[in-house]
Design a protein around this ligand. Sequence first.
Ligand code: NAP
Length: 318
Amino acid sequence: MKMEYTTLGTTGVKISRIGLGAWQFSQAWGVTEYSTAREIISRALELGVNLIDTAMVYGRGLSEEFIGKALRELDVKRDDVVIATKIPGEFLAYDDVFKAVDKSLKRLQVDYIDLMQVHWPPCWHNHPTCEYMRALERLVVIGKINYIGLSDFPVELVDAARACLSRSDVEVLQVRYNIVERQAEKELIPYAEENGMTLLAWSPLAKGAILGKYSLEEAEQLEDVRRDDPLFKKENYQQILRVAEILKELGEKYDKTPAQVALNWLIGYSDIIVPIPGAKNPQQVEDNVKAVGWRLSYDDWRRLDEATKSLRITYVTW
Ligand SMILES: NC(=O)c1ccc[n+]([C@@H]2O[C@H](COP(=O)([O-])OP(=O)(O)OC[C@H]3O[C@@H](n4cnc5c(N)ncnc54)[C@H](OP(=O)(O)O)[C@@H]3O)[C@@H](O)[C@H]2O)c1
C-alpha cells in the first residue's frame, strides 16, 4: 500500500489523504492507556499518515498530551507531522485564545501548531467573531499557529470569519461527513471546493455504524460515546445495516474491508476531502489506510450513492 498525498488548502503543505483522528484517546472512546495510543500513532506514521487531528477537549487535554509524548518518544521530526488541534467555542474571548493555545503547545510539546481549528462556533457566550479570529491571526503572525481552520461552522459564519482576517485565510473546514450522513454535500463541500480549502471529514466511518460489526441489539447497548448517538437507535440503525451489507459485498469484490470501501467512497466524491478516521488499535489504523491507492469503479460508487441517498436518517430519536 502506498499512501496518497494532497495539499492542505492553498498552503502547499503536504498531507496524507487519510488522517488519524485522535478523539479515541479519551474516556469518551476508551483509549486511556498511553501505550495503546503510542502504538496507534506509531503505526499510522509508519504507514505514511502525517496528519493527526486532535482537540483540547478530547479527554480534557489527554489526547494532546499523548500525541506530544508519543511524537517526542518516537523521535518524529517536527516537519514530518502536521498537527491539527481545536479550540472549543467556550475559550474564544481574546485573551483566552492565547491562554488556551499556550496550554495546547505545552501538552503537545511543540513550538508551533500547524493547524488551529475553532472547534465549534461560540453559542453560549457572545464572543464576537472578529475578536477570536483576530486573536488567532495574531498567533499566526507571531508564529505560534501556522494555519487556521473552522470546524462545524455554517457557510455564512465562515464568510463572516474570513472577512475578519487581513493577513491569512481559513484553509480548512471540518465537518461530519460519512456515507450515511451527507449534509455537507449541500453547502460546505461546494464552498470548500470553490475556495481552495481542504475539507476534513469527521466521523467518516459513522462511528463504526456502517461497518456492520454490531448487531441491532449490540448497537443499542454500546456504553461509550455512541450510547446516545441517533445512528445507533433502531429506526436509523436498521437502515444502516442494509448499507453495511453493500459495503461488505463490494469489499468482497475488491478484496477490501467495509471500512476501506466506505472511506474510498468519500475520497472519490471530491479531491479536497480528507477523512480522519479514529482507531482504537493499530490494526484499525492498518485497515483504514488501505482505503487509498485504488478507486471504486464509477458503477460501484454510484451503487452506494443511490443506496445511501434513499436512507431516511432522523435525529429526532426521543
Ligand atoms: N470536529 C468535530 O466536531 C469532531 C467530532 C467528532 C469527531 N471528530 C474527529 O474525527 C475523528 C473520527 O471521528 P469519530 O471518532 O467520531 O468516528 P469514526 O472515525 O467514524 O469511527 C471511529 C470508530 O470506529 C471503529 N473503527 C475504526 N476503524 C475501524 C476499522 N477499520 N474496523 C472496524 N472498526 C473500526 C472504532 O470503534 P470500535 O472499535 O469501538 O467500534 C473507532 O473508535 C475523531 O477522532 C476526531 O479527531 C471531530
